[in-house]
Write a protein that binds this ligand. Sequence first.
Ligand code: SAM
Length: 318
Amino acid sequence: MKDRLNREINYMRLSVTDRCNLRCFYCRPVEDKEFIPPEEILSYDEFLKLIQVAIELGITRFRLTGGEPLLRPGIDEFIAQIKSLSGIDDLALTTNGLLLEENLDKLWQAGLRRINISLDTLDEKKYGAITGSYSLRQVLRAIKMAIEKGFHPVKINVVLLKGINENIDDFINLAYELPLHIRFIELMSFSSSNSYFLSAEKVLQMVKKKGQLKLIKLPGSGPARYYQLPGMKGSLGFITPYSDHFCATCNRLRVSARGELRTCLFSNETYDLKFFLRTKTSTHEIKNFLQTILSHKPMSWHQLHGKRKRENMRQIGG
Ligand code: SAM
């Protein structure tokens, strides 16, 4: 499916819950207390209906996210149902890793092979300060187990936070030790944490001083650019929505747990899919609706006007 700018739209991120078991200060600050009432959250059957329509439109890559997707009961069965649909090239899950160890076997059996784990620091104290939880070891154990089990590629998402994780040496060492693809992501201004913004480009410049960087290609690499230092088992990726935006190649759509579709992460504009999924709307009509929406996908977030709604990633679907 192509949009009006000839961008191939083939990727959909689905948030299965807005609940989270961490309180990362930039994503779920203390004042963030509102949850979607359970009856408003899309059921797995409703998500499946949507995925089916999306496949018919040419979307072949899906990612499950949240909130924390592993908090939603039955996620493994949902994954197995998605995997049984034909026309899907890629299905991945993004998690904070807290519940990963106990779910790894079930996820593998369900057919999942790709996991991204969000982890902003390898320092126990800093982890506690960022997330409000002291479970770093648990997450590290789960990461190692995921690699041993055969998940591939295993990617780590690190949100860069000025004054907190500017020094990425321990992540570099981890990418030497394990075949992990560690992606450094610029903090996006959804909340009051803008003063922590740190440019990924700046961090990349620091990494360049450490040796000859080789640019590599990874499956499902999306907007990240990946590099390896000599002898590295994994790689270092950089995602730069601000210092070098990638709107011209943006291929994604996002659906929140409430069934709101967003064509741009930075836009306030949402489209209510729940209405269509809960009424007798035919798949043909839903398809037409999605196609019309696509014609409104912004060219670039730079061109969006108006103040952003105060929503965090756990609400939008990270
Ligand atoms: N709970 C899952 C997890 O931790 O991966 C999925 C949802 S979480 C919202 C997805 C990702 O969004 C995490 O890597 C998180 O750090 C990131 N995130 C949240 N707020 C962000 C922001 N303002 N800018 C950049 N990334 C953000």
